[in-house]
Design a binder for this molecule. Structure first.
Ligand SMILES: C[S@@+](CC[C@H](N)C(=O)[O-])C[C@H]1O[C@@H](n2cnc3c(N)ncnc32)[C@H](O)[C@@H]1O
Length: 270
């Protein structure tokens, strides 16, 4: 049974089914598209290769993408295009990007005005008709995959777009990180790690814009990759160096990241 549970504060409708509170995926995508069009300026080149995300090692150290020269590459949630610019500089011969936000893609189009670059404004969940099958040597997603409202559908899309032997590398917030809060020098677990309630922000990036995200555990990412057909090659739970640690109660802090990884990176192969 689906029961409407309107939330006046967020002005977002939630539904309850089998004890789980969630939001209609189509509505969530509309909200997130609006959000990313409004906050694009905060992400111009942020969370882009060679960096994998907050308090993480970078691609120059990890070498997860291998030899990029002459490859066909797809970026899921390509944002402002700075990761694509990185792989272009490493010799990729064909660059594709998918992103939900036209504002992000406008920046990417200015950065990458080349005929071998193909950028598409589309939710990653719905890009099946746009992307070629068995085509890419490398698909990656830098701090964007977790925005999907439908992980199995997105992973199946990535899988079908890759050539046999092609690799998929993605980074995202470590699922344990958002469950923690820092208060008066202590780190407290504020929410259940395995909670499946959607994560709703009433003011993403303090811009007064709503956003909604699925909560997933590490096992969900791993099991869904296996289910999609991938072989997992590496999981990195990023470490924050002890020397860089200083106390802060901010959401992203070296204090918190020194106790629990802020970012994880997964490498899988078709
Ligand atoms: C943190 S930014 C990623 C930055 C980007 N990877 C780069 O290299 O610059 C997250 C991106 O995911 C995009 N996004 C959010 N939800 C999405 C969805 N459902 N489908 C496609 N892109 C999405 C946002 O528009 C944003 O550009």
């Amino acid at each position: 049974m689906v029961e409407n549970r309107g939330n006046a504060y967020f002005n977002i409708e939630f539904y309850r089914e089998k004890g789980r509170i969630f939001m209609d995926a189509e509505k969530a995508l509309t909200i997130n598209k609006n959000c990313w069009n409004s906050i694009a300026q905060h992400f111009n080149g942020k969370d882009a290769l060679p960096f994998y995300g907050p308090y993480s090692q970078n691609e120059e150290e990890l070498q997860l993408l291998g030899n990029i020269n002459q490859t066909a590459v797809l970026d899921i949630g390509c944002g402002s295009g700075h990761s694509l610019e990185y792989v272009r500089n490493k010799g990729a011969k064909e660059l594709w990007g998918v992103d939900i936000s036209e504002a992000q893609l406008q920046t990417a189009r200015k950065l990458l005005p080349y005929e071998y670059v193909s950028l598409h404004c589309c939710p990653m969940e719905e890009a099946k008709g746009i992307l070629p099958s068995n085509h890419f040597d490398i698909v990656y997603s830098i701090y964007a995959l977790g925005w999907t409202m439908d992980l199995p559908k997105t992973l199946s899309l990535v899988y079908s777009s890759l050539k046999k032997g092609g690799i998929f590398v993605f980074s995202w917030e470590h699922p344990f990180y958002p469950t923690l809060d820092v208060k008066e020098g202590r780190i407290e677990v504020e929410q259940a790690y395995s909670s499946s309630q959607d994560r709703v922000f009433d003011s993403f990036k303090e811009e007064g814009i709503q956003a909604v995200m699925k909560r997933r555990t590490m096992s969900t990412y791993i099991n869904e990759l296996i289910q999609a057909g991938f072989t997992i090659e590496r999981l990195i739970e990023c470490e924050c160096s002890e020397e860089d640690v200083f106390y802060s109660e901010r959401y992203y802090s070296s204090f918190k990241a020194s106790k629990v990884p802020a970012t994880f990176i997964l490498k899988a192969r078709k």
